[in-house]
Design a binder for this molecule. Structure first.
Ligand SMILES: Cc1cc2nc3c(=O)[nH]c(=O)nc-3n(C[C@H](O)[C@H](O)[C@H](O)COP(=O)(O)OP(=O)(O)OC[C@H]3O[C@@H](n4cnc5c(N)ncnc54)[C@H](O)[C@@H]3O)c2cc1C
Length: 349
């Protein structure tokens, strides 16, 4: 029988994040199959014990916490100490952890210290033919592999956004508080703050319901023989503000900046979706002024409902790549859509 440990960290507000709740779903299901439902949960954070109570209904059979101000922030040296302490207390064979940016830095270090094997980006962890296996993607999400290891301990970082988060409700649980002293040399790095664009300037929103993709057509000559880049920018930004969707782009559009052509200034290569871009995971996607060529559409692999607006009834989206293709002028459609959304916004205050 395996001994399963899930290690989590709190977010800056002291709560457990969505990725942590998702990994609780994974740990619960796995423990049922390989450990008769027994599993330990270890939480690191400034107020880790409170965070434990907040997911008190998760069914873990052992609770551990490393708390204190020095464990509140993301810092490799203190995070590794905390995870190692929890790990030694539980002596697990399988360690699960959410693949957040904080844990992606610290957990491999802890795994190395514990002589563990580690795999990352697992999109599924389950039992197959009596063996624990993980599923993950390679080569820009084109090859999917199912892997297993005989080495124990085995540590697996689960990919955020691949399972439903556990629906937590608070319950009082007995949490073992581990004393971990942080000597001065591990506190040399201090996090002074986080530099991030203001929320309304942040246009890549992985948790959004909708992905809005802008293609190069927005910057091309339109029916009147002129380009309308400023109106395009205004329509797109207004739609983003009204829907809080995430923004993606085709390669052609983001490449234009380096080619000295008319561009949408808020787009960067980070927005690029596709073979040489990202493969986001949103329930719905809307492509506008984008042709829907294969190298772009492979980035839509995980978008469940796909719609596109294109003037060309023979564009790539019409070749079975979209659920719905609106053969229409995206300027007109977005103008009308924004008007309706604004009306709705005003009506609901
Ligand atoms: C090795 C390789 C890797 C690549 N990787 C990627 C990648 O990761 N991501 C990616 O996106 N591409 C990638 N590409 C490029 C890809 O093949 C296409 O060239 C690119 O996606 C085209 O971008 P687009 O559809 O925005 O532009 P275009 O092909 O120029 O299409 C513009 C579209 O806008 C439409 N349009 C114009 N005006 C309007 C309007 N008013 N209303 C509605 N529709 C309108 C036109 O009908 C046209 O279909 C790659 C190519 C190669 C060779």
């Amino acid at each position: 029988m395996e001994r399963v440990l899930l290690v989590l960290h709190t977010e800056p507000d002291g709560a457990l994040g969505k990725a942590a709740l998702e990994s609780i779903s994974v740990a619960r299901a796995l423990a049922l199959e390989v450990a008769a439902g027994e599993w330990a949960i270890g939480i690191v954070g400034a107020r880790a014990i409170e965070a434990g109570h907040s997911v008190g209904n998760c069914g873990a059979t052992r609770w551990l916490a490393v708390s204190g101000r020095e464990f509140g922030q993301s810092r490799y040296a203190t995070d590794v100490l905390a995870v190692e302490a929890i790990w030694r207390a539980v002596n697990p064979t399988l360690v699960l952890a959410p693949g957040t940016s904080r844990w992606r830095r610290a957990i491999p270090g802890a795994a190395f210290r514990m002589g563990a094997a580690i795999d990352t980006h697992a999109s599924e962890v389950k039992v197959l033919d009596g063996q624990v296996v993980l599923r993950r993607w390679y080569y820009r999400q084109r090859i999917e592999a199912i892997q297993s290891r005989t080495h124990r301990p085995w540590c697996i970082l689960t990919e955020p956004g691949t399972v439903e988060p556990f629906v937590a409700s608070g319950a009082s649980v007995t949490v073992e508080s581990l004393e971990v002293s942080a000597p001065p040399e591990v506190l040399r790095t201090t996090v002074e703050g986080i530099q991030a664009p203001p929320a309304d300037e942040q246009t890549i929103r992985p948790d959004a319901e909708l992905l809005f993709v802008a293609g190069a057509g927005w910057t091309k000559k339109q029916a009147d023989g002129k380009v309308h880049v400023e109106e395009a920018a205004q329509l797109i930004l207004e739609f983003l503000r009204l829907t809080k969707c995430s923004l993606g782009s085709s390669k052609s559009l983001v490449d234009m900046a380096s080619e000295g052509q008319a561009v949408l200034p808020f787009l960067t290569h980070l927005h690029q979706v596709g073979q040489t871009g990202s493969t986001p995971r949103h329930p719905k996607g809307l492509a506008t002024c984008c042709h829907g060529e294969e190298p772009h559409v492979v980035g839509w692999r995980f978008i469940r409902e796909r719609r596109a607006i294109n003037l060309d009834p023979n564009c790539g989206w019409a070749q079975g790549k979209a659920d719905v293709l609106y053969v229409a002028d995206a300027f007109e459609v977005m103008r009308e859509l924004n008007r309706l959304l604004k009306e709705k916004e005003e009506a609901t205050g």
